[in-house]
Ligand binder design. Structure first.
Ligand code: LMR
Length: 403
């Protein structure tokens, strides 16, 4: 009998989650997961941060005392959380914040923030075309495609030099039609780990402004590159220039809230009434029509941490430990590769959680088949999957697959 589902076109499964499954099912004892972007400790664990654990305990105590209202949050999310997001991303010195030109909507992770923004631009406004870096996080394609955008790319990584293809990127921006959306990773570019310098960002944003393009920042790794302030440089620069833009903010990585799905869409606009209306449109036509309203637990903890200076400093210290470990592992990985005569200078210069190794798809698949080392076929390796017990195993395997 023919099923009602039989006319469906086949979907392409998400490469990160497929890889995770393959890794989990691999019976080999010596296996290494360098796939999906989840932080892991030297012991291979992804724990909750202690600052957040304290908030969970406090939450339970308040709940037991009958002090928690367990009803729905508003469609736009928790007010105290929404108030803290621009302070973190834009800072208290923000021009837009001082001028009352910022609105924040709580979202289901950073992906949720991207989704809300893409829907607003393509379905509720008349934006048609988006330009993303080549390469970019594969889910960007998925999100913008489902929202109805035409997707094009701009040059980002120079294959010869493994550096930013800065001149070609600028030339491409000059050719973009006015009114196009341009997607940026403010830091820790996913997948390449290659970030423009501050001077390069200034040039890029000047051009974006001249060309009347609309910037959309995917801020998924604030604090994992150089620091929470440094990692949002281009967003703050766009703010100082008085531009209008969107930011999708994620707390998966920098507060280890992967499972709580905590993020935000931050909207910076130059007309207060239009800005207010924009948020109402997202609430009524996108959020209420899909998941209705966001979850409270992650937002409650995050708001308590960010609004209390002592707790915030404790969080930033824990975040620094993550950042420092990533840097240390990067150094060791570079050392292990160069000891075996393999090129690694490009990896040393990259920032954040990933190293874009330059390994080909064939080499990646050989690493998987022969050594049970898992990374995405573009050669991106999550450095957090490396530790003192497996780094030489991985370097030896890469050496073998590079012959
Ligand atoms: C990744 O690129 O691996 C991460 O952003 C995880 C995800 O959500 O896909």
């Amino acid at each position: 009998m023919v099923s009602f589902l039989s006319t469906l076109q086949e979907a392409t499964p998400d490469p990160f989650f497929v890889l995770n499954d393959l890794y989990s099912k691999d019976p080999k004892k010596e296996k290494v997961n360098l796939g999906i972007g989840i932080y892991r400790t030297e012991e291979g664990k992804t724990p909750l941060m202690s600052v957040f654990l304290d908030e969970l305990v406090a939450f339970i105590e308040r709940a037991r005392a009958g002090e928690i209202n367990a009803g729905y949050l508003g469609i736009e999310g928790l007010a105290s959380f929404r108030a803290e997001v621009p302070r973190l991303v834009l800072s208290d010195e923000s021009r837009a914040l001082k001028e009352g030109r910022v609105q924040v909507i709580q979202s289901l992770g950073g992906t949720g923030g991207m989704f809300l923004g893409a829907k607003l631009l393509a379905q509720e406004l008349s934006f048609k075309q988006v330009f993303v870096s080549d390469p970019t996080w594969s889910n960007h394609m998925n999100i913008f495609d489902r929202a109805g955008f035409q997707i094009s790319t701009y040059p980002y990584r120079d294959i010869e030099t493994n550096e930013l293809a800065f001149d070609r990127m600028l030339s491409a921006i000059k050719e973009m039609p006015r009114g196009s959306v341009i997607l940026f990773h403010p830091s820790c570019h996913n997948p390449t780990g290659i970030d423009p310098t501050e001077a390069q960002w200034a040039e890029i944003l000047d051009l974006v402004h001249k060309q009347e393009l609309f910037p959309f920042f995917d801020c998924a790794y604030q604090g994992l590159g150089e620091g929470v302030e440094e990692d949002v440089f281009p967003i703050r620069a766009a703010d100082s220039m008085g531009l209008e833009f969107l930011v999708a903010v994620s707390f998966s990585k920098n507060l280890s809230l992967y499972q709580q799905r905590l993020g935000a869409l931050m909207v910076v606009g130059n007309e207060k009434d239009a800005l207010h209306n924009g948020v109402e449109v997202v609430k009524a036509r996108v959020i209420r029509a899909s998941y209705s309203n966001p979850p409270a637990l992650g937002a409650t903890g995050a708001a308590a941490i960010m609004s209390d200076e002592k707790k915030k400093q404790a969080w930033l210290l824990e975040l620094k430990e993550i950042r420092d470990r990533l840097k240390e592992v990067r150094g060791k990985f570079v050392g292990a590769l160069s000891k075996r005569g393999l090129a690694s200078e490009h990896i040393a210069k990259q920032k954040g959680m990933f190293s874009y190794t330059g390994l080909s798809k064939t080499q990646v698949l050989e690493l998987r088949d022969k050594y049970s080392i898992y990374m995405t076929t573009d050669g991106r390796a999550n450095l957090a999957g490396l530790n003192n017990s497996n780094i030489d195993y991985v370097a030896d395997a890469i050496f073998d697959c590079s012959k």
